[in-house]
Ligand binder design. Sequence first.
Ligand SMILES: [Ca+2]
Length: 486
Amino acid sequence: MNPVFFAIAALAATPPNILLICIDDLGYTDVSFQGAEFVTPNIDALALGGLRFEQFYVQPSCTPTRAALLTGRYPFRTGLQTLNTIRPATHEHIPTDVTILPEALKKLGFATHIVGKWHMGSASWNYTPTARGFDTHYGFLQGGQDYYNHNISNGQYVGFDFFRNRDYILPEVLGKYSLDVLKEQTISIIRTHDASTPLFMYLSFQTVHAPIQAPPANAEAEARCSHIEYQLRRDYCLKMQALDFALGEIMTEYKAAGLLENILGVFLIDNGGQVEVGSGIFDTFYTRSSGSNFPYRGGKATCFEGGVRGVGFLFGGEQAFPANYQGQTSNKVLHVVDIPVTLLNAANISFPGRVDGFDMFKVVDGVIDDHYEIPLNIMGNATGNSAIRMGDMKYISPDQAYDGYFLPGITVINATDCTNGCLFNITADPFENNDLSAQYPGVVSMMKAKLQVYINSPNFMPEQNADVDPLGLPSEHDGVWMPWLD
Ligand SMILES: [Ca+2]
């Protein structure tokens, strides 16, 4: 064989090491490269050397985005669209007949690891990471927890939630800050990984989800946050410093292991920042947070841009992430469903089964169009908590969880009235100031009808039953939120 041809063939046949970093509840303006009032140098370095997306959409809350991230399908195809997310002791899960990203990578021969949050169902071990394509899981099965004691509550029920694969490991992690133990696990995986096998790492850290609990004291972090007067935001800054330090250390480990050149990385948020709302759904579940999406409107659990326009970028070493993408910015309209499709294409296979996503590289290259139409959320009826974007236009339904523009600790700036729904030209008016619904009632009708078309589709799956099963309560399992159906 011609040696040049052989070299090219060998390169193409080597799958990349895939590093998927999903940051929980990170606001659009909570990283310094997008205007935060504190620095995040390691995250900035990845972003500024990567391919940044200016119109990257996610779902308004954790479970729906993560379902889309793993399946390549909008969450209303799997019954996981509810903004309340999967709560402990319910039967909700990714349907087991839907192939998910780690399963496809496992078949290709990847080593597959998830470190951190799952939040994709835990009634049965069959719904959990080690039955869904991951070799290992170190972290928690529910949506969030106390950073030190690793308890999570659902109403009056409180239980522990931290596992190594299928064993709960209370003595190992009790009193230890979750980011620290998750980072140590990540480093351990990298150091012991056999470099002849491609590595898929899903880093799903707890940071920066509520509650706001500062990490153990660190002088450098405190120096970087001391200018912030408002304590909740200062503690938020400290959490972000810990995350930024951890990601810096992890990338150093990748380099030391010789894995860096062949990394294809994705960095995304799962929903907009949880802003400080005085009342509403968060007060019943978690304490306040202090994320910022400003100047975007709204935040987590709303379909305003502050809830769904995400921080998102691709990055990597030159072997897997060619130089022509490095340091670039794209204005294409993209969605979290695109990520698994892109990653599998990079590993030389198509995503098995039906998907809603596109290959992001092909979109950026202009080989295929970006999303003309994105259902930003559909709740099973088109009248509440829903939104759709079509071209420049965005329709947002009534009954969003809350509204306004939020500056941490200081101000809620009232927004124009959307209690009957709104229509925006999102290209001209990304901060959603100017409601056009009275001017273009026909467009509103058409977009509402389009939401209904999705609901009437045979591929629409109603929200799964979210009732609490008493057999899943911690009182049945030594104080642990433990799978119970097996
Ligand atoms: Ca989240």
